[in-house]
Design a protein around this ligand. Structure first.
Ligand code: FE2
Length: 423
């Protein structure tokens, strides 16, 4: 007896009209037609069933704090960091947990069931670390949260940060973070990359660094990150997040850099919504877009994920946990408008970040976790175009969120009575 049978599903890899059988929280079979009794059946009716959305880069300790204690007037990264510094002493564990849990509700409703979140470790109280570890335990039944120990004010620049970072790892934080472009000097930035990579290698942990989140074309810490990833044998376990300076770099230098990133097995994360709003703020016209070189990295074989980064916080005033909105912006900024390009943007919020996070049993195949999302769209391109409604979000074979289909009722002479925005 199956627990759940999903029929007539389209899959992101192009397979159409297949059935998905689920028992004991796992997918047991994917085939054109599955017969057999099931406690429940969902007819996908030719719409897309995808593994859940995954956010490779987020800041859950700051989320939903927009306006506290004031709004970022300049819209720059640096005012955001200063504003976060004003807010930090006022944070309470309870308020932080409540905001994070609210965001996780939004995420689940949008089919976003795995998030890698950075957590600032520069406050010696480690209040945010303990709060997010609590949140991680509380949401574990429905959402996978992976924490990165993030020295927001600089691992070397902020006194005690390295020690706080070690303490955060001891408490159970999963990944080593960094912010080399915010250290006092280029040399300190490079030294922080080395120390943090060595710390991660010692402990067998992954690395995910904010790296070169600047318009300065000479910010080249990604080169150092790739060097140490290669030297320490950490291929596939190191991620460079943002990499926005690559947007402004000299093309000749990039022609050397991208193969080095690929050779070192370093992953890249672009954060399109925040990159397009924060970067280029010192430009008049033309204004740089500031997003890293996504198509070129992909062409070289570098895995590139898109992250949300921020939702309603000191850096970004908008957002709702919708990774299709992130993919939509990424597609536009990177001009990835070919069919293959648009599908790669869908992968950048699903399979690619799942591999970066090392999620176990992710996908739609026999043996995988029964975590899937039914979208009101027929394929990944339509899903991005419509930022499609998540009709059903399923975790371990159980429906945990539903949203009514987006259909407009029309009253027009001589026209059909409704539209779902599809031809
Ligand atoms: Fe970030």
């Amino acid at each position: 007896m199956l627990d759940l049978l999903i029929t007539h599903a389209n899959l992101p890899d192009g397979r159409a009209d297949v059935d998905i059988a689920i028992r004991d929280g796992r997918i047991v079979e994917v085939a054109p037609r599955i017969t057999g009794p099931a406690h429940a059946t969902i007819d996908a009716a030719g719409q897309l069933v995808t593994p859940p959305f995954v956010d490779a880069h987020f800041h859950m300790d700051a989320t939903l704090s927009y306006g506290l204690p004031r709004v970022n007037q300049s819209g720059t990264l640096l005012e955001g960091i200063a504003l976060w510094g004003e807010l930090k002493p006022q944070l309470t564990a309870d308020a932080l947990v409540q905001r994070a849990l609210t965001y996780c509700d939004w995420a689940v409703a949008k089919g976003l069931l795995a998030i890698r979140t950075h957590v600032d470790i520069c406050d010696p109280r480690l209040l945010a670390v303990e709060a997010l570890l609590d949140v991680k335990r509380r949401v574990a039944g429905y959402l996978d949260l992976q924490l990165v120990a993030f020295p927001q004010d600089g691992a070397l620049r902020s006194s005690g940060a390295m020690e706080n970072l070690r303490r955060a790892l001891d408490l159970g934080v999963d990944v080593v973070g960094g912010i080399p472009h915010f250290e006092r000097t280029m040399a300190d930035g490079a030294r922080s990359v080395q120390l943090l990579c060595e710390l991660a290698a010692e402990r067998g942990l992954r690395v995910d660094m904010h790296c070169d989140e600047t318009d300065d074309p000479l910010s080249r810490h990604i080169e150092t990150l790739a060097f140490h990833a290669q030297r320490l044998g950490m291929q596939g376990r190191v991620t460079g997040s943002h990499l926005t300076s690559m947007h402004s770099m000299d093309n000749y230098y990039v022609s050397k850099l991208i193969p080095l990133i690929a050779e070192a097995g370093v992953n890249a994360v672009a954060n399109p919504l925040i990159n397009i709003t924060i970067q280029g703020r010192h430009d008049t016209y033309p204004k740089r877009r500031g997003m890293t070189r996504v198509p070129e990295l992909l062409a070289a074989g570098v895995p590139v994920a898109f992250g949300h980064d921020c939702v309603m916080d000191p850096w970004y005033s908008l957002g709702s946990g919708d990774m299709l909105e992130v993919a939509h912006m990424g597609l536009h900024v990177a001009q990835m408008t070919s069919q293959a390009g648009m599908r790669a943007c869908f992968d950048a919020v699903t399979t690619t970040p799942a591999a970066m996070l090392g999620l176990e049993g992710y996908g739609i195949a026999a043996g995988c976790q029964a975590d899937v999302v039914l979208l009101q769209a027929r394929d990944p391109v339509e899903a991005i175009r419509l930022r499609a409604t998540r009709l059903a979000v399923i975790r371990r074979g159980k429906v945990i969120a539903r949203t009514a289909a987006a259909t407009a009722v029309l009253d027009l002479p001589g026209r059909v009575g409704e539209t779902s925005f599809r031809i």
